[in-house]
Write a protein that binds this ligand. Structure first.
Ligand SMILES: Cc1cc2nc3c(=O)[nH]c(=O)nc-3n(C[C@H](O)[C@H](O)[C@H](O)COP(=O)(O)O)c2cc1C
Length: 179
């Protein structure tokens, strides 16, 4: 798919079609694509925790999402929890942060990876919803996520029931300054 078309096709979907299955191999392709992203000193601190079977998807939905995100992802076929190993990206070997952003660099790297992840999902014919509002303790329990990792987003995957309109975007003039 041409890049601009791919970018335009991706939308946050909150109404997934019932009965969709996503094979493990397809999610593996999304993760492999995410791993192509640049990361701080190639530290690659992003980690992915996946459920793609109906019983486990339902468990994550019921136990780890607030009601509005449960409703938005009622018929999602998979959830992918994304985390990063803290205090590596943006840090020196002696454990000190390289600059004032500290662990924000880990979240930055994960965001770069997750963008590729959701664009690959789009290319493979799936839709996604990134969710930042989730129950971190429930996710740690379900997936046994170590304390060394910061839990960031949960990505729901499925197929849209119908096309969505694009939310408005800021103008170039509002966000960019050229000197
Ligand atoms: C870091 C992040 C967290 C988000 N969290 C949620 C969420 O918890 N629930 C939700 O419905 N949408 C969530 N979204 C989706 C945004 O609302 C959506 O990307 C935005 O409205 C633009 O729409 P678009 O993705 O279709 O372009 C999140 C997006 C990002 C990048």
């Amino acid at each position: 798919m041409e890049f601009d078309v791919l970018v335009a096709n991706r939308r946050s979907i909150r109404d997934f079609a019932e009965g969709v299955e996503i094979p493990r191999e397809d999610i593996e392709q999304m993760i492999e694509c995410a791993l192509e992203a640049p990361t701080w000193k190639n530290t690659e601190t992003g980690r992915y925790y996946v459920v793609n079977t109906p019983d486990m998807v339902e468990k994550v939905r019921a136990e780890a999402l607030p009601e509005f995100n449960q409703n938005s992802t009622r018929d999602a076929a998979a959830y992918v929890v994304t985390t990063f190993e803290a205090e590596r990206s943006g840090f020196e070997r002696d454990g000190n942060p390289t600059n004032e952003l500290g662990n924000e660099w880990g979240a930055y790297d994960l965001g770069l990876q997750n963008q590729l992840f959701i664009l690959k999902a789009t290319e493979l014919g799936y839709d996604s919803l990134i969710m930042g509002i989730r129950d971190v303790n429930a996710l740690r329990d379900i997936f046994d996520i170590p304390e060394s990792q910061h839990v960031v987003a949960v990505i729901a995957l499925g197929k849209r029931r119908e096309d969505m309109s694009k939310p408005p975007r800021k103008t170039l003039e509002k966000v960019a300054k050229f000197l």
